[in-house]
Ligand binder design. Structure first.
Ligand code: GLA
Length: 378
């Protein structure tokens, strides 16, 4: 840190950029469906300052105890994947504005990495938000969200949807966002689930397949749409496809593509039903939908893994857990559990022990509170 010339208090700006949870609506965002995410009380903090150079940028990560520097006129992909989140955002801002100048940035995070709570979106959006403020660029929140998503596509290589970036920036404390990923219309829904709470169980595995398999799922959905379009020209995405329509193509689609599409179409309806259940305080029903989502992700979309399935199955033995499923892209990371607050300690103890016995891996558990999106401390 010394080498970057920082002293503790000379930052121009501090940004808090949160991770996110998603109650339901997985792998629906890039299919133009609905999602129900919100930011959580885990964040990356960015300390930023102009460094009075025209083009030299220095970034330091407290967590990794590492730094890197680059020049604004020579931004290109790095061999170090974490640097690409930063470089990608800078590149995308440069496509929209010429106001960037040299800056120093220190990062500190309490979001577990590779756990399905989107430390990536927090990193992209926090930097985009901070640079926008620091250099008075004038980008709207939605533009910050979209450019951060493009950074992930173009520099990191995951063809993600818009959910994570949207949730990280736009969330409102104590609410979840019902986001229509086609129109980007959204509604804040109060997250009133007393006496239940959101508990995340981190498998502490993140299978390397994740990014490649994610892009494969996306293209399998597109493959399905292409075939359906031959008869239904107005169909643009799986958003426009019903199960009746899909069934007409059962013989033309490969079984794998058929399963992927089935999951997405069912999940689209499940999100809307879940929002009704939440609004009407039918929490048991909301929990059942979460279990149904897990089953779809396990058997039809095939983005689960033995560790996640174990945690979800184990939770079914407890009446106090009313819903559980894999959250985020899959292949590891966290399960999200809706659990009675009085049962949390006992449940965590028993499931941690059972998990360790089975996989020889330590489980980590933490509660997540629906929180405000990106905030600035000046
Ligand atoms: C990742 C992506 C999101 C979304 C989820 C799955 O978190 O970044 O866009 O597709 O997976 O729902």
């Amino acid at each position: 840190m010394k080498e970057l010339g920082f002293t503790e208090n000379n930052f121009d700006l501090i940004i808090n950029s949160p991770g996110r949870i998603n109650i339901i609506g997985e792998h629906t965002d890039y299919n133009n469906g609905f999602v129900l995410p919100t930011a959580i009380d885990r964040k990356i903090q960015f300390k930023l300052k102009k460094n009075d150079t025209l083009k030299t940028c220095n970034v330091y990560s407290n967590n990794f105890n590492t730094s890197f520097s680059f020049e604004l006129d020579k931004v290109k992909k790095s061999e170090q994947q974490w640097e690409n989140f930063i470089l990608g955002v800078v590149y995308e801002i440069q496509q929209l504005s010429n106001k960037l100048e040299g800056f120093d940035c220190v990062l500190e995070s309490d979001i577990p990495i590779g756990s399905g709570v989107s430390s990536s979106a927090a990193l992209e959006c926090g930097l985009a938000y901070g640079l926008n403020e620091l250099f008075n660029i004038g980008l709207s929140k939605l533009v910050i969200v979209e450019l951060s998503q493009r950074a992930e596509h173009n520099y990191v290589g995951t063809k993600c949807g818009i959910m994570d970036q949207f949730a990280s920036v736009m969330s409102k404390k104590d609410h979840v966002i019902l986001l229509d990923c086609q129109s980007l219309d959204y509604e804040f829904v109060p997250f009133k689930v007393e006496p239940y709470k959101i508990l995340l169980l981190n498998t502490n595995v993140s299978h390397n397949l994740a990014s490649g398999e994610y892009n494969i799922r996306r293209s399998q959905c597109e493959e399905g749409v292409k075939i359906i379009q031959k008869k239904y020209a107005a169909v643009n995405s799986l958003r426009d496809v019903s199960m009746e329509m899909l069934n007409e193509f059962k013989n033309e689609l490969s079984p794998v593509v058929f399963n992927r599409c089935t999951y997405v179409i069912e999940e689209k309806t499940r999100v809307l039903n879940s929002v009704e259940a939440l609004k009407n305080n039918k929490l048991d029903l909301l929990g059942e939908y979460m279990y149904e989502t897990h089953s779809g992700l396990q058997h039809l979309y095939e983005v689960s893994c033995p560790e996640l399935d174990f945690l979800v199955d184990f939770s079914k033995k407890y009446n106090e857990v009313i819903g559980a499923r894999v959250m985020g892209g899959g292949f590891g990371g966290c399960t999200i559990n809706l659990i009675h607050k009085d049962a949390i300690n006992g449940f965590v103890e028993e499931i941690s022990e059972a998990y360790f016995k089975n996989f020889n891996i330590k489980l980590t558990a933490f509660e997540a509170m629906p929180s405000e999106g990106t905030t600035i401390n000046k």
